[in-house]
Design a protein around this ligand. Structure first.
Ligand code: ATP
Length: 220
């Protein structure tokens, strides 16, 4: 079954994460205390609710504990961001990504159990959405409206196979531009006979639609 996401706070950042996850084919629940934000997302989300995420009763009623991954996209209101993260971890949500606006904010979020911290000034919503869909995905950059670059850690299933055997180009229309080995050795423009080892980092370029298809094979 596909991972289920809940995005709390549908501001610019949370909204961008939400839209990208939807475009990648995921189910997303949205929560915001502002009714206007909820209205704005009513047409793209099946489940979008108006509510205060610092109210654990509200969170329980919405069934948040069954979500695989929560993204706390509240920025300005530190208290809300911290309390929401605490409630989510307390309820047993497996993985919580939280947005930090400063290093101090980051330290507190880690203290209350956030599993992953993002900084909106360097991590765009689009990038974060790609990162949260797979633990193998370490970087996502949109190069143009049509093309993107991803960095992926080779899973066990790629291990000890050549690029020719894996055949990303025929299967997904994506090209491997470089391989960084676990000993940091960099192989640029690898030959088709190059062998991939589990843990290698692959730098891959392709059309957004092809990359999205490729990424789906990495879902946790
Ligand atoms: P942006 O991503 O637009 O830059 P921001 O960093 O200014 O946003 P905020 O405005 O603090 O972030 O919050 C983003 C969204 O989170 C807003 O739509 C706000 O209504 C919502 N929000 C803030 N606190 C809560 C809360 N306790 N419960 C639910 N939603 C909340």
């Amino acid at each position: 079954m596909k991972k289920q996401f809940v995005v709390i706070g549908l501001g610019r950042f949370g909204g961008s994460v939400t839209k990208t996850l939807i475009s990648l084919g995921y189910e997303v629940m949205g929560i915001d205390k502002d009714e206007r934000r909820v209205q704005e997302y009513a047409s793209i989300l099946t489940h979008v609710y108006q509510g205060d995420s610092t109210d654990d009763q509200v969170m329980r009623e919405l069934g948040i504990r069954n979500m695989d991954h929560a993204i706390v996209a509240i920025g300005e209101d530190l208290q809300s961001s911290i309390l929401t993260t605490l409630i989510l971890k307390d309820m047993g949500v497996k993985f919580v990504t939280a947005k930090a606006t400063s290093d101090y904010h980051q330290r507190v979020l880690e203290g209350v159990g956030a599993d992953h911290i993002v900084h909106p000034e360097r991590d765009t919503g689009v990038r974060v959405a790609h990162q949260v869909t797979s633990k193998n995905m370490i970087e996502y950059l949109e190069l143009s409206p049509e093309y993107s670059l991803v960095e992926i850690i080779a899973p066990e299933t790629f291990g000890r196979k050549t690029l020719k055997t894996l055949d990303f180009r025929a299967k997904f229309g994506c090209s491997v531009m470089a391989i960084r080995r676990t000993n940091n050795e960099l192989v640029v423009s690898p030959h088709a006979d190059e062998i991939i080892f589990e843990g290698d980092m692959l730098v891959i370029i392709g059309k957004n639609t092809d990359i999205a298809r490729f990424e789906r094979t990495f879902e946790d």
